[in-house]
Design a protein around this ligand. Structure first.
Ligand SMILES: Cc1ncc(COP(=O)(O)O)c(C=O)c1O
Length: 361
């Protein structure tokens, strides 16, 4: 599919303070857009970032057919920007689309759109280690029709936002609490899709957790309220003894790309990895017996996020961590090393984009 490109008349980049980047508040000069109607994607454009107009009857607003992805581009050198596992993000986007009865996108269209956008806006990719250009692909239903049914029309955008280093002032272990009242996902629901509605529904429990002094909710399963699932925007890992344990993917947990990378690397380091049900009681037992060594979250935003404290029904696991555990640190260094092109990528995860080759410069 050919992308028609309209360049911004004037770049807004001079307004940007690269040393003070807030997450997701500033958007680079251009955006990608395409439309779906009559059974096909068409009208692919890259154009200046700006407002879009839709009618109030647009179906996404009423029935929630909206999905998205979250990924990052990393500065390697003057000529090269790197994406991390974009094919996996594309595959997950299509999985989400299938679950929500939305149209899939060809991998070549997705990757090409990302590459052209990056070539045009490569100066927006911050250069310091830890900083990155956050990429947000989003698809939503645009048919104007107040009927609770599958929309026949969609729009797909990619917008990008320079983001600061997550760990500017060193690693900051998060505090998690389970919730007695709320669940994130049920078997057969939309938990394994990156559906916008999953997030809207989690805000109230997250707010309650924050009011009680915790960073995020540690979600338990909806049926028995017993097995650990994941955290707000991260999958969760436990190092118990010398075994790395993470909840399996059984339909309620988002299959994280970082999660998959952690599992692959850990196995290569000859660490035993178990993807299985782990109950909150098993976790507390491991803590009490002294075998629980580390807890960390894994996700695109922070890569690896150490967990210092877990609260559950009045009991607390306090790992007394000032910083990150040695295993989580090794994992963080290994993954970010690949992302920033500092460590050899033997897995084909890095997707370098030569930003000097655009025909549009
Ligand atoms: C609910 C949820 N779980 C886990 C993750 C981690 O996924 P990834 O590693 O692909 O960013 C995310 C972030 O996308 C998320 O929103």
């Amino acid at each position: 599919m050919k992308i028609s490109i309209t360049k911004a008349e004037q770049s807004r980049i001079s307004e940007l303070d690269f040393d003070n980047l807030d997450f997701g508040r500033i958007f680079s000069d251009h955006m990608f857009e395409m439309a779906y109607s009559d059974g096909k994607w068409h009208s692919a454009v890259i154009k200046p970032y700006g407002p879009i107009t839709f009618e109030p009857s647009m179906m996404a607003l009423h029935y929630g057919q909206a999905i998205f992805e979250g990924m990052k581009a990393y500065h390697v050198n003057h000529d090269t920007i790197q994406l991390f596992r974009p094919q996996d993000h594309h595959a997950r986007l299509n999985n989400s689309a299938r679950r929500l009865c939305m149209p899939e996108i060809d991998e070549s269209v997705f990757i090409n759109a990302l590459e052209e956008l990056l070539k045009l806006d490569h100066e927006w990719v911050p250069k310091k280690h830890g900083q990155a250009l956050y990429i947000r692909p989003v698809m939503f239903a645009t048919e104007e029709y107040l009927a609770a049914k599958v929309s026949q029309e969609y729009r797909f955008f990619i917008i990008t936002s320079p983001v600061g280093a997550y760990y500017n002032e060193g690693f900051n272990p998060v505090k998690l609490t389970t919730s007695d009242q709320y669940v994130r996902a049920v078997k057969g629901g939309t938990g394994e899709a990156k559906a916008a509605g999953n997030y809207g529904g989690s805000f109230l429990p997250a707010l309650r957790a924050q009011q009680n002094g915790y960073t995020q909710v540690l979600w338990l399963d909806a049926n028995e309220h017993k097995y650990i699932e994941e955290v707000g925007t991260m999958n969760i890992f436990f190092l118990i003894g010398d075994t790395l344990i993470t909840p399996g993917l059984e339909g309620t947990v988002l299959p994280g790309i970082t999660r998959r990378s952690v599992i692959t690397l850990a196995k290569e380091w000859e660490v035993t990895v178990e993807e299985r049900k782990i109950s909150i009681d098993e976790l507390f037992d491991a803590y009490r017996s002294g075998t629980l060594k580390e807890i960390f979250g894994a996700g695109t935003a922070a890569v690896i996020s150490p967990v210092g404290l877990v609260h559950h029904q009045g009991n607390t696991i306090d790992l007394d961590m000032e910083k990150i555990g040695p295993f989580a640190k090794r994992m963080y260094d290994a993954i970010t090393g690949i992302q920033y092109g500092k460590v050899e990528d033997s897995h084909g995860w890095a997707h370098p984009v030569d930003v000097t080759t655009s025909v549009y410069h």
